[in-house]
Design a protein around this ligand. Structure first.
Ligand SMILES: NC(=O)c1ccc[n+]([C@@H]2O[C@H](COP(=O)([O-])OP(=O)(O)OC[C@H]3O[C@@H](n4cnc5c(N)ncnc54)[C@H](OP(=O)(O)O)[C@@H]3O)[C@@H](O)[C@H]2O)c1
Length: 331
């Protein structure tokens, strides 16, 4: 495994970081807690020392499972990334969306990152994770109802108190990062990035390269689609929000699978799976520091962790990029 510094924070993360959204079940049609724990532990055994979670993932459940894993792992060898700023337990800030929790109850999700709220959230995170510090604390989504400066000042207080080692953002534009930087030195921006969703290459990546910020790429498998296993008509569990997602239309699934068919021989020649080639490609893109890859069970986790053993030459990258250049999705 390769380890890379998250910006200039002094915190190193594993290039392949365990993404703990799906294991919280919420928006993924449920999850198996025992398999989830096994997935984290199997990842760690292969050098995946960083884990990304959030309070919103299963309304605390994902963080609790990560906490279970931490009980079995040396705390100082693991980097825990979690988040704040999405509230389902109070109606404050900017309304985000209506949802349903794991028990089938309707919930309303708000973006809220007022000072007192994130300080309270930090305590909840520490309790659920069963730790006394967070390696990287990130705002989950920009909250238009709170000045960015207020949120960043609160993060600075938490950093001074030693409750968080590094401060990061998610889903921020380059301009929002510039405003935040007036108050705090950010370590990273966690943003969506996959072979088929590359919007961040325009502004966020150049800003992060220039200012030495880490880009933490999320959903690099486009939530499973880039493994090649999803076919048109795929039946998802109830509550799995991939159904109806714009990348998961029958036409886009067909087009993405045609692209995957083109790179399949390359993967086979390396005894690699498509998912491994996709992850390896992601980590070679300019400015990308870490790839956050979700897994529901040890089988997926081991396969993904071993992507770091897949080496792609410049010619192979060019070949993949040529095939990607022909892929047009319909939105
Ligand atoms: N900050 C944010 O706003 C934000 C947003 C999204 C994600 N994230 C973070 O990024 C992480 C990764 O993104 P993601 O989980 O959305 O998507 P992803 O990593 O692209 O895909 C993960 C999903 O793909 C399937 N999968 C994974 N490995 C597989 C394999 N080897 N073979 C077959 N299927 C496999 C699994 O779902 P199935 O088995 O159900 O198919 C898994 O849950 C998240 O867990 C979260 O930590 C952050």
């Amino acid at each position: 495994m390769e380890y890379r510094e998250i910006g200039k924070s002094g915190v190193n993360g594993s290039a392949i970081t365990f993404g703990a959204w799906a294991i919280g079940g919420w928006m993924w049609g449920g999850a198996d807690r025992k398999e989830a724990l096994e997935a984290i532990l199997a990842s760690y055994d292969l050098g995946v020392t960083s884990i990304d979670t959030a309070p919103a993932y299963g309304q605390g459940l994902s963080e609790e499972i990560v906490g279970d894993a931490l009980k079995q792992l040396p705390r100082d060898k693991v980097q825990v990334f979690t988040k704040f700023g999405l509230r389902w337990d109070l109606a404050k800030g900017e309304f985000f969306f209506d949802s349903v929790d794991n028990d089938g109850n309707a919930i309303k999700v708000y973006k809220y990152a007022g000072k007192e709220s994130l300080i309270e959230e930090c305590e909840h995170c520490l309790r659920r994770l069963g730790t006394d510090y967070i390696d990287l604390f990130q705002i989950h989504w920009a909250d238009g109802s709170t000045p960015i400066e207020e949120t960043m000042e609160a993060l600075l207080r938490l950093q001074e108190q030693g409750k968080i080692r590094a401060a990061g953002v998610c889903n921020y534009t380059a301009e929002q990062m510039r405003v935040a930087e007036k108050v705090i030195s950010l370590a990273s921006n966690q943003v969506p990035y996959s072979m088929v969703f590359r919007d961040i290459e325009k502004e966020v990546v150049p800003y992060c390269i220039e200012n030495k910020k880490a880009v933490i790429a999320y959903s690099p498998l486009q939530r499973g689609l880039l493994t090649g296993k999803i076919k048109p008509g795929h039946v998802f569990n109830d509550g799995d929000t991939r159904e109806g997602n714009r990348f998961y239309s029958a036409e886009n699934i067909k087009r993405i699978n045609a692209f995957l068919d083109e790179i399949h021989p390359l993967a086979s020649s390396k005894n690699a799976t498509l998912a491994q080639v996709v992850i390896a490609w992601t980590l070679l893109q300019p400015g990308i520091t870490l790839a956050l890859v979700g897994a529901r069970n040890a089988g997926q986790a081991v396969q993904n962790a071993k992507a770091c053993e897949v080496k792609l030459s410049n010619e192979e990258i060019t070949y993949i990029n040529k095939a990607l250049g022909k892929l047009e999705l319909v939105f």
